[in-house]
Design a protein. Structure first.
Length: 478
C-alpha cells in the first residue's frame, strides 16, 4: 500500500481525520453498547435523537433489565426493528446484571457472550469506550473501503477484520476503524466514490464494488499485502471469533414498513415465522456487506403502485446486483443509470411494438405510477452475487402479493416473462384475469421469441377490453 514518494495510509488518515471517533453520542460504556445495538439498519443521527431521551430514562443495566418491554419498544421505535431491538437490549442488560454486576465487561470473550452482541458491536464499545485494541471495527463502510483499497479480498466481516489486524499495528486499531468509517461515509461512498479527491487516490487499486475490476490474482495478493505503516511490524493474530448475525425484527424499519394500501392486505404476512426469519437473514447480510436495493427501497414497487391501482403485474426474478442499479422495481434502474442489457431489449421491443423511441434513461417509474406493478419474486440481493437471496423467504412473500392481486375484482393483466415467472401462473385465475406468457428479455434468450412478441400492445388491448385505460408506455429521455 505504500509508495517511496508519499505518506502512508495511516498518516494520511490521521491528517484528514485527526479526531476520528464513532459517531454515536454516549456518556457511559452502557450508553455506547445500547446505542450501537440500536444503530443496526439505522443512521447514527436518528439513534442520537432517540438516545438523548432514552439515556435520561434508563441510566443503568438494571433499569433496562426491569423495564416494561412495551414502554422500551415505544422509546426505541424510531430506530426501526424496535421490537427485536428492545428485546435484545433488555436481554443483554439482564446478562450484564446477572453475570457482570451491571457493568459492561472489558474483554472480547466476555462481550460476545451477551445476547445480540457480535464482534463489530463489541469492538465499537471496547475500542471507543475503553480505548482497548480488541480488534478493528468492521462495518459496511470499512468492509467496502478495505476491499477497494486491496487491504482484503474477503467478504465476511470477521475475515476482513483478521486481514486488517495483520496489516495495521495494534496500537492504531482503535483509530483505524473509526477513521475508515468516516472515509467510507464521506469519500469512498458506495454509490459515487469521490476518487479524484481521495486521500490515497495515487495509491488505491480501486478494486471491486463497481470502481474498477480486480486484477487477476488480486485475492491472493491482498492476503500477502505488507503492513500499511512504514517499517511497522506485522501483528500476528488468529482469526476472530465468528461473528453472529444480530437478530432483528421488522416493524419499525423503513425496509419492513409496508405502504399503507398494502398494509391492509399483507399485514398478517410480515408477522409469520418465515418472514421473521427472512428479516433476520437480510439484517445479517446488510451487517456483513452491501445488499441491494437499500432498505428504504425494498418495497418501492408496492409504494409506487398502491394495491387499489394495480392494473398490470410484471414479474421479474431478483434485483440487479451491480452498484447504483436496483431501486425496488423489476427490470428498472435508478433514474439516470444506463439501461442494462435486458432492459435494452425491452426497449427494442417497445419501439417495434408501439413505436416508443428507447430513452437513455432506465427508470420505469412512470409505468409504476400508472398501475404497472413491477414486482421481483426476490426483493433483495447481495452485491455482485446474483440470486444470493433466493429461497430465503422472499418467494413466499411475493407469492402472497400475487395472490392478493389475483383476488382483485377488476381484471388485471399478468405479464410473465421466462420459465421462472411462468411457474407463478398457478396462482392466477386466468378466467378472470389476462395472463401473458413470453420469452425472457435477457440477451441469452431474447432472440428465441421475445422480439416480435408485442407484449405492450397486447396488454393495452386487454386493459381496454375490460374497460380500463391503456398504459402510456412513453418514458422521459433522461
Amino acid at each position: 500500500m505504500t509508495t517511496p514518494s508519499g505518506p502512508v495510509l495511516l498518516d494520511r488518515l490521521k491528517t484528514k481525520y485527526p479526531d476520528a471517533r464513532y459517531e454515536l453520542d454516549w456518556a457511559t460504556p452502557l450508553d455506547l453498547l445500547v446505542a450501537t445495538m440500536l444503530a443496526a439498519q439505522c443512521t447514527d443521527e436518528r439513534v442520537n435523537r432517540v438516545t438523548k431521551d432514552l439515556f435520561r430514562t434508563y441510566r443503568t443495566a438494571g433499569d433496562y433489565a426491569s423495564a416494561d418491554l412495551a414502554t422500551l419498544e415505544e422509546a426505541v421505535k424510531p430506530t426501526g426493528f424496535y421490537r427485536q431491538k428492545a428485546k435484545a437490549v433488555q436481554e443483554a442488560c439482564r446478562a450484564l446484571v446477572a453475570r457482570f454486576g451491571g457493568r459492561v465487561p472489558e474483554t472480547m470473550d466476555e462481550m460476545v457472550t451477551l445476547p445480540g452482541v457480535a464482534r463489530k458491536t463489541a469492538n465499537v464499545v471496547l475500542n471507543t469506550a475503553f480505548n482497548l485494541p480488541s480488534g478493528v471495527i468492521v462495518d459496511t463502510h470499512v468492509a467496502r473501503v478495505s476491499r477497494r483499497m486491496g487491504l482484503s479480498a474477503a467478504e465476511k466481516p470477521e475475515q476482513i477484520e483478521a486481514d486488517l489486524m495483520r496489516l495495521v499495528p495494534e496500537d492504531r486499531w482503535t483509530f483505524f476503524g473509526p477513521a475508515m468509517v468516516l472515509h467510507g461515509r464521506q469519500t469512498c461512498t458506495a454509490r459515487a466514490p469521490a476518487c479524484s479527491g481521495c486521500l490515497i487516490e495515487d495509491q488505491c487499486p480501486k478494486r471491486l464494488d463497481g470502481v474498477a475490476p480486480a486484477p487477476p490474482g488480486a485475492a491472493a495478493k491482498s492476503r500477502a499485502a505488507p503492513a500499511i505503516e512504514a517499517n511497522a511490524p506485522v501483528t500476528k493474530v488468529s482469526s476472530p471469533t465468528k461473528a453472529r448475525p444480530r437478530s432483528l425484527e421488522p416493524g419499525g424499519s423503513s425496509m419492513y414498513t409496508l405502504p399503507a394500501s398494502w398494509r391492509q392486505v399483507l399485514a398478517d404476512e410480515i408477522e409469520k415465522p418465515y418472514f421473521q426469519e427472512l428479516a433476520r437473514f437480510v439484517a445479517s447480510e446488510r451487517e456483513a456487506g452491501q445488499v441491494f436495493p437499500p432498505d428504504d427501497e425494498v418495497f418501492s414497487a408496492l409504494e409506487l403502485t398502491p394495491y387499489e391501482d394495480v392494473r398490470v403485474l410484471v414479474l421479474g426474478q431478483d434485483p440487479y446486483h451491480d452498484d447504483d442499479q436496483a431501486h425496488g422495481l423489476c427490470f428498472s434502474v435508478r433514474p439516470g443509470v444506463k439501461p442494462p442489457p435486458s432492459l435494452v431489449n425491452i426497449y427494442k421491443e417497445l419501439e417495434s411494438d408501439v413505436g416508443v423511441k428507447p430513452p437513455k434513461n432506465g427508470s420505469l417509474i412512470p409505468w409504476a405510477k400508472q398501475g404497472v406493478l413491477l414486482l421481483n419474486a426476490v426483493l433483495t440481493v447481495r452485491a455482485h452475487t446474483a440470486n444470493s437471496h433466493k429461497d430465503r423467504g422472499w418467494e413466499t412473500f411475493t407469492d402472497a402479493v400475487i395472490k392478493k392481486v389475483n383476488e382483485k375484482k377488476q381484471p388485471v393483466v399478468f405479464l410473465l416473462w421466462g420459465a421462472y415467472a411462468q411457474k407463478k401462473a398457478r396462482l392466477i385465475d386466468d378466467k378472470r384475469h389476462t395472463v401473458i406468457k413470453g420469452v425472457h428479455p435477457s440477451p441469452l434468450s431474447a432472440r428465441n421469441g421475445f422480439f416480435g412478441s408485442k407484449p405492450f400492445s397486447t396488454i393495452n388491448r386487454a386493459l381496454e377490453a375490460s374497460g380500463s385505460k391503456p398504459i402510456d408506455w412513453r418514458l422521459p429521455e433522461r
